[in-house]
Design a protein around this ligand. Sequence first.
Ligand code: GDP
Length: 174
Amino acid sequence: HHSDVRTYRVAIIGAHGVGKSAMVGQFMSSDCINAYDRIRNDDTDPESVFVMLNGEESELVFTYCSNIKVEMNRNELPDAFVMMYSVIDKNSFKTTEDELARLQNWDALRSRAIIVVGNKIDLVRSRAVSTQDGKCLACAYRAKFMEVSVVINHNVDELLVGILTQIRLKEELQ
Ligand code: GDP
């Protein structure tokens, strides 16, 4: 089954500790998206999730690492990059700035979905990166922007749907 379902690769890029693996775990355990259809987990691949959006099902396969692999071939680039930092860690924001600059050098920004994500907004009193700074960075690269909290599950389903929406938009523009 799933033969007519398109599969997209999503790379989650961010410094150590920003919450990449926690986020993928949360994606996997999502069983309902408000206002959208159902999500289904695939038992055979723990890093993959099926998302139903606008009556069409797609599979998202996640990989995560702390930086964009230099040896990554241009033709093997993932369909989407989730550029993740922690709002309580200024260094992680700097890492995201650096990695976005590298993506730009590869000319990947035009052809791929890019979403800048600030995580850990539940830690209000420790915040070190403002919402405005995050927005400005995303805007400079014409990327989508979202703030989330993986542990309190704030905006996580919205991010998952947002990733697929951006991928489909880019696909239409090709
Ligand atoms: P990774 O190195 O980017 O994969 O980060 P992890 O997923 O291992 O998360 C690092 C730590 O941050 C773990 O202790 C997580 O529980 C914690 N963490 C992840 N997301 C959040 C969040 O939204 N809020 C808080 N307070 N902690 C988080």
